[in-house]
Design a protein around this ligand. Structure first.
Ligand SMILES: [Zn+2]
Ligand SMILES: [Zn+2]
Ligand SMILES: [Zn+2]
Ligand SMILES: [Zn+2]
Length: 547
């Protein structure tokens, strides 16, 4: 296990830091859950909806036509068989009688998690953690003062129900006061992990005491993956000593505003990561935006004029050196879609290489006269890798002509997705794919709105098995995944994996093979070589080479 140290920051509270150089792919934490539940696919949860379809022991879904066994007492959770039942009983024993007490209501996942944690801690069982007690749990991050008035009402209602449930357990006479339960619910909300299946889809909610110390960043240095219930946190990059070890609590492919709202509602804090800095907090960002945001998201101009003047030409050269587009290497994976002449290999004109003259002027006016302005700008641009992601998601472009085209495409995709396979016929599938590829070519590949549209259309193409159309769309999602989630992230690896599978279904064996190798390389580092996805990648590579 890599060397780490826990430190306390007056503003952010506890955090975990690298105590030494830590190479990427190193394991930081690995743990079994102290408490966990299956998450429902319907809201509000009904007993039939989830617990009966998914095993609470192995988290796998029941094979169609097969019924799972129910817990004989509460009848609210299900298992594949006796082995899974005994696995699940380790946590279910702390809630079974509590669930019976509120029958036929079906408590939410976070309420169940709260009941499991509190009743277990009340008997002094800290699980595998030597330091977990009710007191140390109550000292975790998640302060009820951070709740809005509206949230307070909801949390109060849930903690009232929690009290009723806990009173029905064997430790009912020691049940904490409702205010304590409300605070405990905040701890659950802030410290629970979303447990994901082997294809990285959320299936459960778990509390892992040893991982609770990891703070959030929208540009995380680590990532958590799961093998069944076991959580493992690995580093995404080579880290220097004193780097904070962070994970992302959310889907980072969202706008700054979307992320801010989510973190405030769910975790009661304002994110201060480099991606979330506002212009007021960091005036230098205004310049970085001028250099990078506008080329990324501003109006698309087919021709550029190279800037002139001393400062500007040195800026120009500097940027040519430092702000090379990260997704160049992906452009070698060329693929021509069915006869529409689309070619994957287009030059990146959005970042660094070609700067819009007006943006350079703006930067000069702002910084040219200022003492030390240029060196600060240089320093900041050196972190351009960070800003490739930052600039893409901080703000949305508006007022572009092409924006209208995206809106039209969004409507067409939404209409086609509502229909069944026959409602959107082959011709329509080809037409939408063609227009999507055409419109997409004039935007930066990581542009969020287009990214979501492509994702939505790709899912539809896969569901109707239109692999010839899915292949070029899948390939265009790769730069976006890479820019939004990071070149070492599991989600980028999974997308490479998926794209390789689609290409393989189209008979593009050698391209599929090359992409699957890259998928394996990414997944091996961030998920570990023994992860189920790596096994699948190895199998598919074997098939591709045999076929
Ligand atoms: Zn099972
Ligand atoms: Zn039960
Ligand atoms: Zn952030
Ligand atoms: Zn680019």
């Amino acid at each position: 296990m890599a060397k780490t140290v826990t430190r306390r920051d007056p503003r952010k509270g506890r955090g975990l830091f690298a105590a030494d150089e830590i190479p990427r792919g190193s394991v930081i934490v690995t743990a079994e859950p102290f408490a966990y539940v299956i998450t429902p696919s319907t809201s509000p949860p009904s007993v039939e909806s989830v617990q009966m379809r998914r095993c609470s022991g192995c988290l796998k879904e029941a094979t169609p036509g097969r019924r799972l066994l129910r817990c004989g007492r509460c009848k609210a959770v299900a298992f594949c068989g006796a082995a899974c039942q005994s696995v699940a009983w380790r946590v279910h024993r702390w809630e079974c009688s509590a669930i019976q007490a509120v029958h036929p209501r079906c408590p939410t996942p976070s309420l169940r998690l709260l009941v499991q944690i509190i009743s277990r801690l009340l008997v002094g069982d800290g699980g595998s953690s030597s330091t977990l007690t009710l007191d140390s749990f109550m000292a975790l991050k998640g302060d009820p003062d951070g709740l809005t008035d509206g949230q307070k009402e909801g949390f109060a209602a849930v903690s009232c129900l929690a009290e009723k449930m806990l009173r029905a357990t064997s430790v009912g006479n020691r049940c904490p006061a409702q205010t304590t339960l409300l605070a405990a619910l905040c701890k659950v909300s802030c410290n629970a992990f979303s447990i994901c299946d082997e294809e990285l889809r959320p299936v459960g909610l778990g509390f892992y005491p040893d991982a609770a110390v990891l703070n959030h960043s929208c540009l995380p240095s680590c990532v958590a993956t799961f093998a069944g219930l076991r959580l493992t946190v690995r580093t995404l990059a080579d880290l220097t000593p004193d780097t904070e070890l962070t994970i992302s609590y959310l889907d980072v492919a969202d706008t700054a505003e979307g992320r801010r709202r989510y973190l405030k509602e769910q975790y009661f804090f304002e994110c201060s990561c480099p991606l979330c800095h506002t212009h007021d907090q960091a005036p230098l960002q205004g310049v970085v935006d001028a250099f990078l945001v506008k080329p990324l998201t501003g109006s698309f101009r087919p021709t550029y004029t190279a800037p002139t003047g001393d400062l500007l030409s040195s800026a120009w050269e500097h940027l040519q050196r430092t702000v090379l587009c990260d997704h160049d290497s992906l452009q070698t994976s060329s693929h021509s879609s069915s006869g529409n002449g689309w070619d994957w290999r287009w030059p990146c004109e959005w970042r660094g290489r070609r700067l819009i003259a007006a943006d350079m002027d703006e930067a000069r006016q702002k910084w040219g006269r200022q003492e030390g302005g240029w060196s600060r700008l240089e320093e900041s641009l050196a972190q351009s890798a960070v800003y490739e992601v930052a600039t893409t998601t901080r703000q949305e472009p508006s007022g572009r002509v092409d924006e209208g085209l995206i809106g039209v495409l969004e409507d067409r995709v939404a209409a086609a997705r509502q229909g069944s396979a026959c409602a959107c016929g082959e011709q329509q599938i080809r037409a939408i794919t063609h227009d999507l590829m055409g419109t997409g070519a004039s935007f930066h590949p990581a542009y969020l709105r287009l990214h979501r549209l492509r994702e939505s259309w790709l899912q539809h193409l896969i569901s109707v098995e239109a692999f010839a159309e899915a292949a070029p769309v899948a390939l265009t999602t790769l730069p976006a995944y890479r820019a939004l989630y990071g070149a070492q992230s599991p989600l980028f690896g999974l997308q490479l994996f998926l794209t390789a599978k689609i290409l393989s279904a189209c008979g593009e064996t050698s391209k599929a093979d090359a992409l699957m190798r890259r998928a394996f390389e990414v997944l091996r580092v961030c998920c570990g070589a023994d992860h189920e996805l790596c096994d699948k990648a190895r199998d598919l590579l074997g098939q591709l080479q045999a076929g």
